[in-house]
Every structure is written in structure tokens, then in C-alpha cells.
Write a protein that binds this ligand. Structure first.
Ligand code: AFD
Ligand code: MN
Ligand code: MN
Length: 397
């Protein structure tokens, strides 16, 4: 592949960062607070704007409605804050799992109050999306049960079908619904949207503007994620990704920190669909979904973003003419070598040149660290916490 062709593909490769990735989060065993952690949506958008300023490929920010839009606050004001930070609001994520009424689920719950609460919240979320110019309604449900017999699986399925159809039809025609799946957690026995097949059926049944969201951390260890991606691409049902990595379960490690080759193979399937089948891959929403427990949040976000660029660039370099020839000769080693040669190509010098041509520092992480942003916001946010009477969170500090 010619350098300019690669650079053009890199120009189009945009990755959305999540507002929640800049705030303090933890596990059910506790939270380790960071002095630079964002609290307000203004701080989250400032952090996201900083990541975009150094990487040049993160112009949009996914938001979580309950955490980022206080009731009664004009959503367009938040869109203006985003714009002042050089970014735009991206996917709108309703929160259908935190309120007490969701104890037995949201729309799949047998509790009609929960269903009504969820409908009100998603309709509010659609209004917010319209107000901020977002084209993506990204739905993840914690809905499920903890014990066999707790509720009827198919009755819950039907409740979910009804809600998704209703919300799909409530969206403007230029909005896309993303249906995300997750095999378990927080439900311990069954999750109502547990795998790609269920998400596919729910999206297909909801309507033409619904597609599947693949969260890379939401698969069992043995699952072949790139096969799922290839199938969804061929069915024109791949809406986008939540990028993260995991060694065992769920999704809070920086992308590629455990298995970068798996990330490369996902991008290889996307490039193959584009090059061999002329699939339109331009609308795939590449989004990060990770909430770094221990790493400094902005540094971890820059790591994930630059790793995604690196794996994508490697996948672009696969010699697919040579690959097709090797496959036609059923030469396994030659065919596999086409992928391995690309994967083991060090694309960092190419990425550095791509950045320099766009007046970006060749190494975003080094530039970010030298820029002093972390030190400044730590002082400002500590002062804000002190002024509001918020302590450090430790009994021994
Ligand atoms: C959690 C869920 C899911 C969802 C994300 C944002 O597992 O991935 O997309 O929160 O709501 O990670
Ligand atoms: Mn996710
Ligand atoms: Mn997750």
C-alpha cells in the first residue's frame, strides 16, 4: 500500500472517547481516586479535548446521560462546552442500570414502573441527542436474572423487542440505534442481551436504523471476535465498537494491552470487507469504552487511541493480492504470513510522519506529559474539591 493511501485511511480513522473514561470509577471492591480525575462534564470535555489535541483523531465524545446531563440543564449548552474544547458530542448512552427501580431490570423487568422509567429516560435521551446533534443512540442493558426460574427468559425477550421497536421508531431518520451485548455482569445467571446473535435479532427486529455494537471486552476467552465482526459486516449489521481489552472478563484494560494481534485481526476483517467486497465501512463507529482503574486516565486514553491507530495501520498493510493468491493455492503458511508480515511491521515511524504532516507531535504521550496539563488540572481539581469540602477519600491522608 502506498504511504499516501495509508495516510488517507488514517485521516478517516476517527475514534470516539467516552466521558466516563476520564472520571474516577472503580470496581465493586472500591475506587482509587486520582487527583486529575474529571468530575463535571466540563472537565470531562476538557480532558477529551486534550486527548484530541495531541492525537488528532478523537473529535467526538460519548456521553452518559445520567452522569453528564443534569436534569433541567440545557443540553445545547453542553454541546457548546464541547465545541469550546475542540470536540463534539458523539454517542448518547442512556443509563438503564443504576436507578433503584431497575433492581429486576429495565424494560425486560416484570416491574411496570421500571419499564415506564426506562421509556421516559430513553425518550429524554433521544431529545438530548437531537439537541446536541448526536446521530447515535447507544444502548447497553444490565437486564438479566441471578437465578434459574427467577423470570421467564422469552417473556423478557418479548418485552425487550417491544421497547427497542418503540425507541427505534421514536428516533429521527438520521439516527442509528446501537444494540450492545454482554455475556454476564451484573446479572449472574442470564443476561437478556448476552451475545451477538441476540443483539443481531433485536436490532434486525427493531428496524432498519438499528445495528450491533461489539464491545471487545464482552466475549468469553475462546470466542473468535473477528469472525463475529466479519459476519456482521457481511450482513451490514455492524454498528460499531467499544474498544478495550481484558485478560479474564469485562472491559477495563487499555486496548491491546493483553492481545494486540486480536485487535489487528478485527481491523483486517474490516479492511478485507472494504477491499474485497467493496463494503461501506465508513459509518462504523469506533469508540473507546474503558475506565482505567489504576493508570492515569488521560495517559491510558492516549495509549488506547494510539494503539488502535497502530493496529489499524498494520491491518491496512496486509498484501491482500498476495493473500488471495496464497488462499487460492491453499498454502496455509503463505496466507498466514501475509497477516503476520503486516502485524510485525513497525508502523510507529509511519504514524510519527502522519502526525508531523498534520502539525501534531510525533509521540502524543510524550508531548502530553511535557505539556503540563496533568499538573495544572490536578491543582485546579484539588482546589475545587477542597472548596466543596470533598476530602481525599482516605481515612489516613
Ligand atoms: C459498562 C458496560 C458496557 C457499557 C459501558 C458504558 O459493561 O460496556 O457500554 O459500561 O455504559 O462497561
Ligand atoms: Mn461497552
Ligand atoms: Mn463493558
Amino acid at each position: 500500500m502506498e504511504k499516501d493511501q495509508l495516510f488517507s485511511l488514517l485521516d478517516d480513522f476517527k475514534i470516539e472517547t467516552p466521558s466516563w473514561g476520564y472520571a474516577d470509577t472503580g470496581t465493586r471492591f472500591g475506587k482509587f481516586l486520582q487527583p486529575t480525575a474529571a468530575v463535571t462534564i466540563d472537565q470531562k470535555l476538557a480532558d477529551a479535548g486534550t486527548v484530541h489535541r495531541y492525537t488528532g483523531c478523537c473529535p467526538t465524545v460519548a456521553v452518559h446521560v445520567l452522569w453528564d446531563f443534569s436534569m433541567g440543564v440545557d443540553a445545547t449548552a453542553t454541546a457548546q462546552v464541547a465545541s469550546r474544547n475542540g470536540v463534539r458530542i458523539g454517542a448518547i448512552n442512556p443509563n438503564l442500570f443504576q436507578d433503584q427501580v431497575y433492581k429486576f431490570g429495565s424494560v425486560a423487568s416484570p416491574d411496570e414502573r421500571a419499564q415506564a422509567h426506562a421509556h421516559r429516560h430513553v425518550n429524554d435521551s433521544i431529545h438530548i441527542a437531537k439537541a446536541v446533534g448526536s446521530k447515535l443512540l447507544s444502548l447497553w442493558f444490565a437486564d438479566g436474572t441471578n437465578y434459574p426460574g427467577q423470570d421467564d427468559i422469552v417473556t423478557r425477550k418479548q418485552r425487550m423487542h417491544g421497547a427497542l421497536r418503540q425507541w427505534h421508531d421514536a428516533m429521527p431518520d438520521d439516527m442509528t440505534m446501537l444494540v450492545e451485548y454482554k455475556p454476564f455482569e451484573p446479572a449472574f445467571y442470564h443476561t437478556d442481551i448476552a451475545d451477538w446473535g441476540m443483539a443481531y435479532i433485536f436490532a434486525r427486529e427493531a428496524g432498519p436504523n438499528a445495528k450491533v455494537l461489539v464491545d471487545s471486552g464482552h466475549h468469553y476467552q475462546s470466542q473468535n471476535i473477528e469472525q463475529i465482526v466479519a459476519w456482521l459486516l457481511d450482513e451490514q449489521m455492524l454498528g460499531g465498537f467499544h474498544f478495550n481489552d481484558r485478560k479474564y472478563a469485562d472491559d477495563d484494560l487499555t486496548l491491546g494491552s493483553i492481545d494486540p494481534y486480536a485487535v489487528f485481526r478485527i481491523f483486517h476483517e474490516i479492511r478485507t470487507a472494504a477491499e474485497w467486497r467493496n463494503s461501506d465501512v465508513s459509518q462504523i463507529a469506533y469508540m473507546v469504552d474503558q475506565s482505567h482503574n489504576l493508570k492515569p486516565k488521560i495517559e491510558a486514553m492516549i495509549q488506547t487511541v494510539t494503539t488502535a491507530q497502530e493496529m489499524f495501520a498494520k491491518a491496512c498493510l496486509v498484501d491482500r493480492d498476495k493473500l488471495r493468491d496464497a488462499q487460492s493455492r491453499m498454502d496455509i503458511v503463505d496466507a498466514e504470513s501475509c497477516l503476520r508480515d503486516a502485524f510485525f511491521t513497525d508502523v510507529r515511524p509511519l504514524l510519527a510522519e502522519w502526525r508531523k504532516r498534520r502539525n501534531l507531535d510525533p509521540d502524543p504521550l510524550v508531548a502530553y506529559r511535557a505539556g503540563g496539563y496533568a499538573q495544572r488540572i490536578a491543582r485546579e481539581r484539588e482546589a475545587a474539591r477542597a472548596a466543596s469540602g470533598g476530602g481525599s477519600g482516605s481515612a489516613y491522608a
